[in-house]
Design a protein around this ligand. Sequence first.
Ligand code: ADP
Ligand code: MG
Length: 263
Amino acid sequence: MNASADAKPIVVKVGGASVAGGALADLPGLAAGGTPVAVVHGGGKQLTRMLDALGIESEFREGLRVTDEETMRVAEMVFAGEVNGAVVRDLAALGLPAVGVSGTDGGLLRVEPVEGLGRVGAVSGVGTALVEALWRGGFLPVVAPIGLGPVGANAHGAFNVNADSAAAALAVALGAGHLFFLTDVDGFLVDGEAVAGIPPEECEGLVRRGVAAGGMAPKLRAAAVAAKGGVRVRILSGNEPGVLARAVAGENVGTLIAEGVAA
Ligand code: ADP
Ligand code: MG
């Protein structure tokens, strides 16, 4: 996949549960047209499984896992090891030249600690050079959601970054045309139906009123950040083959978060 000058990049975030879904099968077709593609993955479900096996409990606040030192060590193993490797191999099986990197590589994701959540980081800066170098080399970067904390904050420096917020920050920094959140539901649901569109300024209210709960809370917040940064954002089912191609073609699939759409 060679980056062509006129094609704006596409960033795809895959949730832990949607990795096995059929939606990624559209990526070779999208990348073949010369559009640079980057994938960001989560892995909360895999991390929960590993923490359970180790007898470590987690507490969540507004969809974010309170992360102590021990949890962070396991998170890095699971995200940058197990999940990153699995996503890279899934994409390779589709014929894509995927390369796994962690957000701590090459200055990709820099973070500030989030008050009260331990080793949870909020993205404070994105260095795009590594992703752009991989694109120039014809590769498809696959980013694990770990960020590098401030120098001197601690000896180790790795922070747990919500993958939705990492994908949003990366999409804005790269000047992406689209950000797609592939998840295990058809979109942002109200009464079981995917809402067609949400203006970014309404996302925070939906979280505060509890209409978006659990993992949907950070997802909507991240979607609002990316939409305000000029990216077209959609929440889509990762289990529905064809959704990515349909979304790029401008079809109304899943939930669009964009300025000016009717709620
Ligand atoms: P991912 O791994 O894709 O980030 P998450 O589990 O973090 O997935 O977030 C998606 C989940 O958010 C859904 O499976 C659902 O349980 C939950 N959720 C809460 N409120 C909503 C809502 N209004 N619409 C859709 N999903 C919601
Ligand atoms: Mg999530």
